[in-house]
Write a new protein. Structure first.
Length: 300
C-alpha cells in the first residue's frame, strides 16, 4: 500500500466516524456537538500554532490575532458570568478537580464524592486522579428513581455531619463551615407555622392533635373507646404498618404474606429469628405442615 493509500485509509475512517455520529446521540456531556463555525476554526491556521501564555505575554511570536480572539473571549465570559476576571484557557477536568482537592485536603484524608456509576467524573474513581493520589473517597447515597443525590430524610444529612465532624473538625471549629439543619416539613394554619425536622416528628404532632379532637369507638371489645395517649399509640402503629406494607409492595412481596405478617403482629426483623414464627408463616402460606425450617441467620 502506497503512502497515499495509507493516508486515504485514515481519511476514510474519519468520514465513517462523521457519518456514525451524524446519526447518533452521544450522552457524554463533554462530547460537544460542534457548530460549523467551530469546525471551521479547527481547520484554520489557529489550530496548529503555539499560543502559550496570556494576551500580550506569549512565549512565541506571531500571536497578535490569538490575542484578539482570547481578549474577546474573556470579555464575553466576564459579561456572561457577571464577573471582573475570566481565564478562558482550557484545562482538563481531572486537572481542575485535583487543583480543588489539593487546596482543601491532604493525601489520606476523606472526600465525599458522587459514585462513577451515578455520573461522577472519572477523576473521582478509586483508580482515578484522586484515588491514586491517596484521597479516601466516600460516595454519596444516590436515588436511582429521581436520578439525584438522596437528600430525602436524614440519610445524607447524617453522612455529611459525621464526615465533617470526623474529617474536617478544624474547619467546623474555625467557623469556616456552617452546619445548619433545616426543617424538612412545614405545617401552617393561618398565620401560625410550625417546622419539623423529620417525618416522625411531624406524625407525632399530627397524631397528638388528632387525639385531642377525635375518639375511636371499638365494637366487640372490652375497650369501647380509644382516646388520648392510647389513640396516639394506635395511630403510630398504623403508620408503622403502612410503611411496612408500602416497602414490601415495592419489593414485590405477595399479598398473602403481607396479611400474614399483619395478623401475626410481625413488626421487627428480629422476630424472624424465632423458628416457630417462621414455620407458622410457611405453613399458612404453603399449606404444607410437613415442611421444616433449617438454621436461621440473624436478621438486621
Amino acid at each position: 500500500m502506497s503512502w497515499y493509500d495509507e493516508a486515504e485509509y485514515i481519511r476514510k475512517q474519519a468520514k465513517n466516524n462523521n457519518e456514525f455520529f451524524a446519526n447518533s446521540l452521544p450522552m457524554i456531556a463533554s462530547e460537544n456537538v460542534l457548530s460549523p463555525l467551530c469546525r471551521e476554526m479547527l481547520i484554520s491556521d489557529f489550530h496548529g500554532r503555539y499560543a502559550e501564555g496570556t494576551p500580550g505575554h506569549r512565549y512565541y511570536a506571531g500571536c497578535n490575532f490569538f490575542d484578539l480572539v482570547e481578549e474577546k473571549a474573556m470579555e464575553l465570559a466576564k459579561k456572561l458570568f457577571n464577573c471582573h476576571y475570566a481565564d478562558v484557557r482550557p484545562t482538563a477536568g481531572t486537572t481542575a478537580n485535583l487543583g480543588i482537592l489539593k487546596a482543601l485536603i491532604k493525601p489520606g484524608e476523606t472526600a465525599t464524592v458522587l459514585d462513577l456509576a451515578n455520573g461522577a467524573h472519572i477523576s473521582f474513581g478509586k483508580w482515578g486522579g484522586a484515588g491514586v493520589r491517596g484521597v479516601n473517597l466516600v460516595s454519596y447515597p444516590f436515588n436511582d428513581e429521581e436520578m439525584n443525590i438522596d437528600v430525602d430524610g436524614a440519610h445524607i444529612r447524617t453522612l455529611l455531619l459525621t464526615f465533617l465532624y470526623r474529617q474536617m473538625l478544624p474547619l467546623v471549629q474555625g467557623g469556616f463551615v456552617y452546619i445548619g439543619q433545616p426543617p424538612l416539613y412545614r405545617l401552617a394554619k393561618g398565620k401560625n407555622e410550625k417546622y419539623f425536622l423529620d417525618e416522625d416528628e411531624l406524625n407525632n404532632h399530627l397524631f397528638t392533635q388528632a387525639s385531642e379532637k377525635i375518639k375511636v369507638i371499638v365494637e366487640d371489645s372490652d375497650e369501647t373507646e380509644i382516646t388520648g395517649d392510647r389513640l396516639v399509640k394506635v395511630l403510630r402503629d398504623l403508620s408503622l404498618y403502612q410503611k411496612l406494607v408500602s416497602y414490601l409492595n415495592r419489593m414485590n412481596i405477595w399479598e398473602d404474606l403481607l396479611f400474614n405478617l399483619l395478623t401475626k403482629d410481625i413488626r421487627k426483623a428480629d422476630q424472624f429469628a424465632d423458628k416457630e414464627v417462621v414455620e407458622s408463616i410457611i405453613e399458612d402460606l404453603s399449606g404444607n405442615k410437613e415442611m421444616k425450617v433449617g438454621s436461621i441467620r440473624p436478621c438486621r
